[in-house]
Each structure stands twice: as C-alpha cells, then as structure tokens.
Design a binder for this molecule. Sequence first.
Ligand SMILES: NC(=O)c1ccc[n+]([C@@H]2O[C@H](COP(=O)([O-])OP(=O)(O)OC[C@H]3O[C@@H](n4cnc5c(N)ncnc54)[C@H](O)[C@@H]3O)[C@@H](O)[C@H]2O)c1
Ligand SMILES: [Zn+2]
Ligand SMILES: [Zn+2]
Length: 357
Amino acid sequence: MKGIVWDGNEAALRDDVEVRDLRAGEVRVRLAAAGLCHSDVSVLDGTIMFPTPAVLGHEGAGVVEAVADDVTSVKAGDHVVLTTLGNCGTCAACARGKPTFCRTSIGKLSRTFTVGGEKAFQFANTSVFVESTVVKATSAIPIPDDVPLTSACLIGCGVLTGVGAVFNRARVTHGESAVVIGVGGIGLNVIQGLALSDSLPIIAVDTNPAKEAVARQFGATHFITAGPDVDLVEAVKEISPFGVDWVFECVGSTQLIRTATDLLDFGGSVVMLGVPRMGTEASFVVNTMYNDKALMGCRYGSARPAHDIPLMIDLYRAGRLKLDELVTATYPIEAFDTALGELHEGKLARGVLTLDG
Ligand SMILES: NC(=O)c1ccc[n+]([C@@H]2O[C@H](COP(=O)([O-])OP(=O)(O)OC[C@H]3O[C@@H](n4cnc5c(N)ncnc54)[C@H](O)[C@@H]3O)[C@@H](O)[C@H]2O)c1
Ligand SMILES: [Zn+2]
Ligand SMILES: [Zn+2]
C-alpha cells in the first residue's frame, strides 16, 4: 500500500506499507480522505516527539473494509470518521463521558504497520495518510453515506478540537466575548463554534492578513493582523474595553499564552489549544489572574466522539456547520509535499489528501 512514512529525517511516500490483520475489537478502514493538521507538521519539526518509523496522519474518513468477529458497532461498507482518542469505551473515564481522560490509550503506542518489512508505529491511534488502517471499533464512528468524505474527515481532529473546545470545555454562552489567536484549521473551528454559541464580539487574530476573509466567513466580527508593531492588548481593548470573556490560543506559543492572560476581562478564561514543544513552560503575572480568571488546557475539544461526531454531522446537514468551506484544496497523496508547502505558505484553511484514486 501507499502511505506517508516519517523516518525521523523526512516524511516520504512509500509503496511498501502493510497493515497487520485484525484483532478482537478492531476494524479495518479504507481511507478516502485525510486532512493535514498542524500536529502532523509538529512531528516533522520535532515539536511533537514520536518514535519512528511511523505512518502519519490522524484526521481521516473512509469506508469500513472488514471488522473483527466481535464488533457490532459498524460493518463492512459503512462510512466512518476516525477519532484519534483510541479510548476503550468501558473504563470509568469513558463511562462518565470523559473519553479524553481514558488512560487505556494515552501514551500507549502500537505498531500496526510494516514498511519494507520493518514494524512501523501508528500515529495518534489512527494513521490516515495510508490506503488502509486498523483501529479500535470505538475509533470508527459511522456517518451517513451522503456526506462527502473529503469534508467529513476534518471532523476527526480540527472540527472536534475547535468546536468541542467551545461547546464542551469552555461552554461559551450567548453574548460572551472572545478572542481567537491563530486562524488555521483549529482556530476557524473555534470561530464557528463561537458563532453557533452566539458569542459576541468574536475577534480573530492572525499574523497573516490573508486570513481575514475566511475568519469573517466563519463568523468573526473583527480581525486583527498581529505583528511586531501591533499591541494586541490595546487593539483588543479598542473593540472590547475591559477585555474579553474567552481567549482561545490556537498557535502553540508561550508568548501568546502570556498575552492571552492580558486580554481577559474579570471572570475570563484562556483555553490553550496550541501544542508547544513537550516540556515547555509558560509564565504569567499571578496577580493579574485574581479576578476569577482561569487558564484551561484542552485535549481534542474534550470531545465524546460517539456523541459529538453525529452532532457535527447533524449541524452540517442543517446548514449550520461549515465543513465544505474548510477544504481549501485537495491533493492526491503523491502531492503530500505540495500540501505541506501550501500549509506553510498560509494558503490553507485545511488541505485534504485523497486516497481513493
Ligand atoms: N489541543 C488539541 O487537542 C489539538 C488538536 C489539534 C491541533 N492542535 C494544535 O493546534 C495548533 C494549530 O493547529 P492548526 O492545524 O490550526 O495549524 P495551522 O497551521 O492550520 O494554523 C496556524 C495559524 O496560526 C497563525 N499564526 C502563527 N503564528 C502566529 C502568531 N504569532 N500570532 C497569530 N497567529 C499566528 C498562522 O498564520 C496560521 O493561520 C497546533 O499547535 C496544533 O498542534 C491541538
Ligand atoms: Zn490534529
Ligand atoms: Zn476508557
């Protein structure tokens, strides 16, 4: 099979990837489409350390090819969105509706592939830049056949992370004000989650002025072009004089996390979505936080995939959630380098690799 394999030096297309046979509780999925998230890029630049060789990609959708004998949740032919949690579905965390806390998957690595005969790791419990992958049945959530898989795949990370951060973690309510720093695939989904929650104003911030149009398309009411000559605190206070109720950091910069705390109104909170290099410390001025302010971490939009993926599909089919508009461009898997280059150039909301050619 074809797949994008990270060997510690480069991510390259290989045609000698194989996936192992199914075990109990697993399903094999033929990928149709896979979004390129910044977390994949972070593996390549060392921000996210991952053992090698590894088959990359974690935001995918496809069609179930085969299921283990004990699997009843999906069957061959079902269209599915994959989730990166790999949660067990039965532990105390899963049972209380917190699958992102499921300890059966966190830090557990598996080598479900071989590349040129050598065992290779699965990335983020999924690996989707490949023709077929084997995942736990709990990671393959069925969706209706009429939703384009090139759009549906983005639910698997960007949509769940961004919209989920607003719905599940922050629980933003109508009239609350927000700043979203970083208008990539994650930030755009935070913006549309805020718009769905009647947040106002929704102030988008990006160093790339070309992101203004898409930020406004997804629901931003204001846009600030960040840069060395721009005082973000002053710029936000011109719009919202006492600061804002919510700041979502969607870049992964400790400097921006510090700035985010300076943007908060009394009672406001920062939600940290960006992923800096492992072990990185951030700082803030403690006394500025006394007026009931908070800093929140958030993994994967605090999502409950079996609940939230069908919800995202329903919102999309009702015309209230933008998925098709997130896809700036599609690329055959052979053009992975082009997709990566265009992400770096700031051209993409999301780039999607297609695998069914
Ligand atoms: N918490 C989670 O579960 C989770 C899930 C997925 C991704 N992430 C992380 O979220 C972050 C964003 O991912 P993405 O896929 O949206 O990335 P992306 O590359 O699509 O977008 C990043 C955006 O940030 C902008 N930017 C860069 N530096 C900036 C600055 N100093 N000020 C303002 N804007 C700036 C870029 O111009 C770009 O528009 C990454 O760190 C990624 O690893 C976290
Ligand atoms: Zn991701
Ligand atoms: Zn569990």
